[in-house]
Design a protein around this ligand. Sequence first.
Ligand SMILES: Cc1cc2nc3c(=O)[nH]c(=O)nc-3n(C[C@H](O)[C@H](O)[C@H](O)COP(=O)(O)OP(=O)(O)OC[C@H]3O[C@@H](n4cnc5c(N)ncnc54)[C@H](O)[C@@H]3O)c2cc1C
Length: 471
Amino acid sequence: MAMPQQNASTPDLLALLAREFGADLLVDEAALAARSRDESGLVRLPAAVLLARSEAQVVRLVALANEHQFAVIPRGAGTGLAGGCLSPLGGVVLDLTAMSRILCIDTQSLTATVEPGVITGDLRAAVKAVGLFYPPDPASLSTSTIGGNAATNAGGPACVKYGTTRDYVLGIRAVLPTGELVRAGVNTRKGVVGYDLTRLIVGSEGTLGVITELTLKLIPHPRASACVAAVFPDLNAAMRAIIAVMTRGHLPSAMEFLDARCLKLVGDLLPFAVEGEHSALVLMEVDGDPDQVLREAEGIAAICRELGASNILPPAVDEEGREAIWKVRRSVSTRIHEACAVYLPEDIAVPIGHIADMVAALPEVEERHGMTIFAFGHAGDGNIHLNLTAQDEALRPRVEAAAVDCVRLALTLGGTISGEHGIGLAKRGLLPLEIEPVSLRVQRGLKALLDPNNVLNPGKIFPPEGAEAVL
Ligand SMILES: Cc1cc2nc3c(=O)[nH]c(=O)nc-3n(C[C@H](O)[C@H](O)[C@H](O)COP(=O)(O)OP(=O)(O)OC[C@H]3O[C@@H](n4cnc5c(N)ncnc54)[C@H](O)[C@@H]3O)c2cc1C
C-alpha cells in the first residue's frame, strides 16, 4: 500500500494547518520532541502536533490529510511499548490528551461515557466513588489514557477474571481514516446488529479510526479483596500450583508470577528472605464479599502449601497490606530497566499449560546469544513479560536475535507474539511469523478499504509490502 507522498513539513502545508487550528497546532521544538517518543525506546520526530480539543478538529485534520496526503498519527499518553504513536513519516501527531472529560457516569445503566484522553486510573477512581468498577488495569493505569487502552486493547493482572479493555467497550464514536464520523456499537449490554465495527476499531492501534468518545461497561465494585503471596522452590512448582488453583474451582482476580532473577531484584521489598537459587514468587488476589474472600484466600494458601510453597504470607485483606505485596510486582520492570543498559520488553503469551515449558527453554536462548532474560507476568492468562537484557549497547543485536528466538518458541508452543503491547512499529517485522498469508491479505484489504489514501497511522502493524517473504 502506497505511503502518503507528501510529509507535513512543507511550509505551505504547515501554514495551512496553522490557519485551520491556530494555537492548537504546535510546531515548537519542545512540543515535537515530547511527542517523538513513547516507552518503546524508538524516536521519530513529527512535523507538527495538533493538540485536539474537539471531535470537529479531528474530523477536519483527517479530511485535510486525505486532501493533502500527509500522515496523521493518533496519540494518547505515549506509554505504548511498540512505537504505535510515533510518526515515521514526518506527519502530524494527533494528541488526544486534552479531550479528557468524563461525560457521564450512569449509575442506573452501569455505563460511563468518556472522551479518549481520560486517564484510566482517574476513571477507575471516579466510578469507584459511586460503587462501580471499571476492571481493566494495565500497570500504566496512572498515566495511560482510555483511548490508548482501547486502541491497544490493553490488559493487566485483572484480565484472568475480568477480560481486557475490549470487553468493556460497548460503543464508540470514531473518525474514520476518510474523515467521516462513525458511531459504532451500542449503549446496551448486548447488541448484535450488523458487523461489529467497535471490536474492529478497538485494538487496531490507531490504524482504522481515531476514537473520539467511548461508552464503557461498568460492574458493581467488589466489596473486598485479599492477596496471597507464596514462594515456590522453582517455577515449575509455582505453575503447578497456579493450575491447581484454577482447576479446583477458584477464579482469582489476579495471578502473577516472578522468576528467580526478578525475585533477586526486588527481594528487599519482601517481608522475608528468599532462599534457593531457583525460587519463584506467585501473587494471587481474590475479590468479592468479605467472608467469601477470606475463605477463598485461605483455600488458595492451602493449595500452595500442599504443592510445595516454601513460604506463604498470611492473606492480606487491608489496603496497606495488599499494596505492600503489589509494590513488589510493580517494581520489577523499573528495576530491570535501571539495572540493564539494553532492555527489550517482549510480551508473548502461551497456553497456561505451557508457561513452565516456555520459561524452561529460556536458558538455552540466553546461552546461544550471550544475554540475560528476566521473566515475570500474568500466569493466569499465560502472558509472560520477557525482558531481554544486556549490559552493553554493543550487544543489542544479540538481544534482538534472542527476541526473535523467543517469539518463535512461543509460537511453537501454541502462543502469540504479543498478549498486550501490540505490534506498532517495533514488532511489525515479526507479524508474518504468526499471521498466515490469507489472513494477512484480508487484514491488509480491510486497511485499504477503510483508509484508501493510507493516511491514518501508516506503516504500523504490517511489515513493508514484500517483506513477508523475507521472514
Ligand atoms: C510501565 C508500563 C506498564 C505497562 N503495563 C501495561 C499493561 O499492564 N498492559 C498493557 O496492555 N499495556 C501496558 N503498557 C503499555 C501501554 O501503557 C498501553 O499500551 C496503553 O494502552 C497505551 O496507552 P496510551 O494512552 O499511552 O497510548 P499511546 O502510547 O499514546 O498510543 C498507543 C497506540 O494507541 C493509538 N491511540 C492512542 N489514542 C488513540 C485514540 N484515541 N484513537 C485511536 N488510536 C489511538 C496510538 O496511535 C498507538 O498506536 C505499559 C507501559 C508502561 C510504560
